[in-house]
Write a protein that binds this ligand. Structure first.
Ligand code: NAD
Length: 270
């Protein structure tokens, strides 16, 4: 993976849940753009180590740190260890997420709590720690115009209701308002807070939706652009959103969804 550009040179980025899927691609793309990357993982250490090795072999900087984003002490440690290694933090991508799908009558409180804890409380804990660190860092010597930036990995389900997934859709709806409310709160500090809403991206979280031809064909009926998204589609958007090229962008959600949120069922029904 050659370092292709330097949009994020001298930046330090933490990417949560970076041992697979979208997080892995985001960490790799940010490293290729010149950032030192902290690859956070929860339980899959081997792919996180492999990614760090690839980045370092390509001349980049990467460190692997285990942490549960739903655990307050773990999140504080993730940030403190990042600062121990790199001296600062400029970009935080709150990417970790899980699904525990069930119809309402069968959804256990544990299914509900797990998804809210990881997908929403995890974003709160990481964003709070990010703001604390951004405010504490010296104003001089910043690599970016902003004092720091947070990207929350949301979903098209921050606006599209999703039967059978009320825990997930509730967490992503919460992420939408977390992004907007926090952006409003910290904009005067020069801190930018945004979200990315991926549509259907080929990762382990939604394997059953693309692994067979029949499932993929059904999925693509929901995607006007006519293809499934790849983690790199989201990663390129994240690099842009984290960079000074997006310096005037805060409190918004960038949809990376091939048009999935455009009510595709109305295409031939006008
Ligand atoms: P994935 O399962 O490959 O990645 C999820 C990551 O979160 C994994 O690395 C996992 O280890 C990590 N994680 C889970 N629990 C954690 C915890 N307690 N602490 C730290 N990390 C934890 O799936 P993905 O598709 O790459 O998902 C990444 C994000 O993108 C999620 O927030 C997901 O909701 C969102 N998203 C994905 C899609 C899609 O189509 N794949 C669509 C919209 C949104």
């Amino acid at each position: 993976m050659p370092a292709t550009h330097t949009t994020l040179a001298q930046h330090v980025a933490i990417v949560t849940g970076a041992s697979s899927g979208i997080g892995l691609a985001v960490a790799e793309a940010m490293a290729a753009a010149g950032a030192a990357v902290v690859i956070n993982y929860h339980s899959q250490e081997a792919p996180a180590d492999d990614l760090a090795e690839r980045i370092i072999a390509a001349g980049g900087r990467a460190t692997v740190i285990q942490a549960d984003v739903a655990d307050e002490a773990d999140v504080a440690r993730l940030f403190n260890e990042t600062v121990d290694v790199y001296g600062r933090v400029d970009i935080v991508v709150c990417n970790s997420g899980v699904q525990k799908d069930a119809a309402i009558a069968d959804m256990t409180l544990e299914d509900w709590n797990t998804v809210i804890d990881v997908n929403l409380t995890g974003q709160f804990l990481c964003a709070r720690e990010a703001v604390r660190h951004f405010r504490r860092q010296p104003r001089s010597g910043r690599p970016a115009r902003s004092a720091g930036t947070v990207i929350a990995m949301s979903s098209v389900h921050e606006i599209i209701p999703w039967a059978g997934h009320i825990n997930y859709a509730s967490a992503k709806g919460g992420s939408r308002m977390l992004t907007r409310s926090l952006a409003q709160e910290v904009a005067a500090d020069g801190i930018r807070i945004n979200a990315i809403a991926p549509g259907a991206i080929r990762t382990p979280i939604n394997k059953e939706a693309w692994e067979t031809e029949a499932a993929l064909e059904k999925l693509l009926r929901l995607v006007p652009y006519g293809r499934i998204g790849e983690p790199e589609d989201v990663a390129r958007a994240a690099v842009w959103l984290a960079s000074d090229d997006a310096d005037y962008v805060t409190g918004t959600t960038l949809f990376v969804d091939g048009g999935m949120s455009l009510y595709p069922e109305f295409r031939d029904n006008g």
